[in-house]
Design a protein around this ligand. Structure first.
Ligand code: ADP
Ligand code: MG
Length: 296
């Protein structure tokens, strides 16, 4: 019998959805690469993660493809993944991994375990006072402020001492503030894609001129990269620090170079990372093997 695999998605990404985001072409590229890798061994079905539980429970495995709107409903999302596991559906990555990774406080844990990290303040909410204090704390002139539960740079801002936030600007949820790393606009952000704990491929993502966000939604572009041995080792070291007995099926380790030249982890993406299939010729086959191995 061929395996039935759900590719969990959402109205932002499902083909034909009226609210499909302009960057949902990433959904199509990821879906097509994995389906091609699976071939006749499994049927892959894109489906909203909020579909009725009995419909989702009919699948053998639920792969977290493009459920991009989970950041607005983290608890509901986790409850749903746990319900699927309780219904004997294999969830990849598992709900326990998703729970750990859904709050970027995990970065503090990785730092404590020895991962090279970006200095970060963790206010429970952020306003002009927190931003002003961050300039002094870091001794820098530009900061980035983002949500602790977030993705795709949504809700994120960057301020300079010369152009601070307006008096009524606020992030009314747990936030994180970092010094702005200039390397993002020069070298860019490096992504290392791991499947079943092994490096599959790497790439560099650069922002559009004038922007600093590397995501395709803001005009960012990516090219495949043969990483320098030291950079590859830095990403592998982050993988080794993940607090799980087994490496997750998939992981994207995003890194940015600090002024001193070493790569720091900006995100260890274990939930629904875009895995850049166009930059990794073997990606679809490797992911398919990994998914099918979960069903043995
Ligand atoms: N400290 C920083 N310095 C420079 N650019 C940053 C910094 N933090 C984030 N960015 C930019 O914003 C983007 C989104 O931030 P990130 O931390 O990756 O969160 P997410 O991808 O979950 O929204 C990054 O890819 C990068 O382009
Ligand atoms: Mg990111």
């Amino acid at each position: 019998m061929i395996a039935c695999i759900a590719f969990l998605a959402c109205p932002d990404t499902l083909p034909g959805s009226p609210s499909r985001r302009p960057d949902a072409f990433e959904h199509d590229l990821l879906f097509d690469a994995i389906q091609a890798g699976l071939g006749a061994r499994a049927e892959l079905t894109a489906i909203d993660w909020r579909a009725p539980l009995e419909q989702l429970a009919a699948f053998d495995l639920a792969y977290l493809g493009t459920p991009w709107d989970y950041t607005e409903a983290k608890d509901e999302f986790l409850v749903r993944l746990e319900a699927l596991e309780a219904a004997s559906v294999v969830v990849a990555n598992p709900a326990q991994v998703i729970r750990w990774n859904a709050d970027k406080l995990y970065l503090r844990e990785l730092e404590a375990r020895g991962a090279p990290s970006i200095p970060t303040l963790w206010p429970e909410c952020a306003g002009p006072d927190e931003i002003a204090a961050a300039f002094d704390y870091f001794g820098c002139d530009r900061v980035v402020v983002k949500r602790r539960v977030g993705a795709g740079a949504i809700g994120q801002d960057s301020f300079t001492r010369a152009a601070p936030p307006a008096a009524d600007w606020r992030i009314d949820q747990p936030a994180m503030i970092q010094p702005f790393l200039p390397a993002i606009q020069q070298e860019g952000e490096l992504s290392f894609i791991f499947i079943a704990g092994r490096l599959s491929h790497a790439l560099v993502k650069r922002a559009a001129p004038g922007d600093y966000r590397i995501q395709s939604l803001y005009g960012g572009r990516e090219v495949a990269l043969e990483p320098a041995p030291a950079d590859r080792a830095a990403a592998e070291a982050v993988m080794a620090l993940l607090p799980f007995a087994e490496p997750p099926l998939y992981a994207r380790i995003d890194m940015v170079r600090l002024e001193g030249g070493e790569l720091a982890v900006i995100e260890a993406e274990l939930i629904e990372p875009y895995l850049y299939p166009q930059q990794g010729a073997e990606f679809g086959v490797r992911m398919a093997e990994g998914l099918l191995a979960q069903l043995l």
